[in-house]
Ligand binder design. Structure first.
Ligand code: RP5
Length: 169
């Protein structure tokens, strides 16, 4: 197995269903990754240890997923200079707005680039990690271009079918 270059860290196993979106994208692009459950508040020592050793273990980008007082990505970002992307989890009480604001409102100095709440955010965080890695990886860059080309072709196909069905008046 190759050395992971991307890490997905979740605050709870209850985040896994959503973060599987990121897992699927990284797998599709053959990017080696690790998937961990580490909590900023339930396992604070482990979170600090993880962040401080991430770079020396070969990781290049960390995706932090958490909900509610979603401080995991910020806590990790505080202890590493690797890029840390935040994915806010949906929540039952406040719909994930709590998670989003907890991440996106980081005080100046320790950035947490933050994505959409839920599955779209998980997918886009993985795609953004790939875009960063692709800056120095021609193979990955070509795959990203092909991914966009296929996505555009699908939309064109959808429109074509709609027009064939006689949509509109
Ligand atoms: C956060 O609290 C986790 O990231 C999760 O989104 C949320 C709820 O966690 P559980 O109570 O389901 O473990 O730490």
């Amino acid at each position: 197995m190759s050395q992971p270059v991307v890490s997905i860290v979740m605050g709870s196993i209850s985040d896994q269903d959503i973060m599987n979106e990121a897992v699927s994208v990284l797998k599709a692009f053959d990017v080696p990754f690790e998937l961990r459950v580490i909590s900023a508040h339930r396992t604070p020592v482990a979170a600090h240890e993880y962040a401080t050793t991430a770079r020396q273990r070969g990781l290049q980008i960390i995706i932090g997923a958490a909900g509610k007082a979603a401080h995991l990505a910020g806590v990790i970002a505080a202890s590493t200079t690797l890029p840390v992307f935040g994915v806010p989890m949906p929540t039952s009480d406040l719909g994930g707005l709590d998670s989003l604001l907890s991440m996106v409102q980081m005080p100046g100095g320790i950035p947490v680039p933050t994505f959409a709440i839920g599955k779209a955010g998980a997918k886009n965080a993985a795609l953004s990690a790939i875009a960063v890695l692709a800056l120095h990886d021609e193979r990955l860059s070509a795959k990203l271009i092909e991914y966009r080309r296929r996505m555009a072709a699908e939309v064109e196909e959808q429109d074509k079918r709609l027009q064939q069905q006689g949509a509109g008046t």
